[in-house]
Design a protein around this ligand. Sequence first.
Ligand code: FAD
Length: 503
Amino acid sequence: DAVDSAPAIVVGSGYGGAVAALRLGQAGIRTLVLEMGRLWNTPGADGKVFCSTANPDRRSMWFRTRTEAPLATFLWLDVVNKDISPYPGVLDRVRFADMSVFLGRGVGGGSLVNGGMAVTPLQSYFAEQFPAVDVTEMYSTYFPRARAMLGVNSIDPAWFESTEWYRFSRVSRKHAANTGLKTTFVPNVYDFGHMQREAAGTATRSALGQEVIYGNNHGKRSLDKTYLASALGTGNVTLHTMEKVKSVSRAGDGTWVLTADRFDDTGAVVETKQYGCTYLFLGAGSLGTSELLVRARETGTLPALDASVGAGWGPNGNVMLGRANHLWDTVGANQSTMPVMGIDDWANTANPVFAEIAPLPTGLEHWVSLYLAITKNPQRASFTYDSATGGVKLGWTAAQSAVSMRMAKKLFDRINSANSTIYRYDLFGSADKVFADDFTYHPLGGCVLGKATDNYGRVKGYSKLYVTDGSLVPGNIGVNPFVTITALAERTMARVLAEDTAP
Ligand code: FAD
């Protein structure tokens, strides 16, 4: 096979990959980005790039015959999921034995499908999770840089108080206040100016049109519109899509050798390619990067990788749940898909929880208050190589999820008790499933900063090999993670470009 080579290769185009690509390109280093998903820029027959959650088609999910949305049912009816034809759709759900992980697939990774909540973690908890990182520098330089580049903005508080589209948040805020709990506004990368124009009827509805987990056609500043657009604009960055990196090894001269499968819209492999580079940046996400490195260590292509590669994984303590409101406490038929508020009980050292007030936009009044709770679950698990499949297994157990579930339950039992309300029993497939603790939106760890890498994401055991994505975060960060991932990647790139790539 012909070897296509570049000075630098970046695997994956989510937050970690996008930051690496931009900063390499700006430094004048010719860079190739390899992404297994599609470039989402071409409208389908309906004139739209993405489909909505209300009416999913093949664009919704990654090679499925039926959608697998986080909410399995509604009023016990299987009305949420729909049959689709297999296609490289934008949302994937990777199922391990006791935990499934939702992921974005495409140019922009998770930024294409996420809720856009752009939260900077509490400084004290960041310091606890990253004891060797200079927190002053993080909070004065890299977090502000990340927020500016991501286009973070905040909802106009006056509009929030008056619009029907956030009634669901105000109702949950009232119930939190009745419990003596604090709520806080959360910034977002969705353009709130656009959202107000959607409400006024002068812009096409996206957040107000039930678009989110299968992509937003308007308003969202996903990475393809921010970091990646700037990266391509440097003229030094090239992007290959629908190419999945399978293996990483090192040539005799110390350069990196990658193999990648290029496949078509049916999933058939049409070509296996070889790539070479001097500097290799892994931004394939917690699952993708951990899998590549665990496989490389266990199959012997990179035997010097540290024993901690694959370890330190956690789901950020995620638990989803719904509460049933009183009939007079309507949440509104119209709900924006972009969350803007959270219940912040992290300071409660006996039971730290940050719960995002999540929308459930169905176009009908349903009296559900939905939440994605982030709990301070200290449990961690490891990825192990599965020689039978060539993939990895994740050791996370149901008992470990139950730790998150109990923490979420403690908080929401208080809220229910203060408001004389109960949980919703009809959302997650069976009547005894009130807390969805078996999936996560926030996979973190597997190549933890300072353990599998040095303090800047340089992988131990090899030079010129870097990790820039969510696998660096040790299993939990207490808030939605992409601002943290972006800021850490900025910090890595500043250091690497100053110290490692100078001629
Ligand atoms: P990713 O963004 O996952 O990017 C990895 C990329 O690498 C992907 O594009 C993938 O296709 C590609 N890739 C993987 N393996 C390979 C390979 N072998 N070869 C080539 N390419 C590969 N976070 C927040 O902060 N706020 C939110 O509101 C929020 N909401 C969310 C809602 C949903 C539904 C989901 C799924 C996630 C949400 N998240 C949110 C989480 C956030 O999106 C992730 O934490 C973030 O995307 C992780 O960034 P990353 O750079 O580590 O990896």
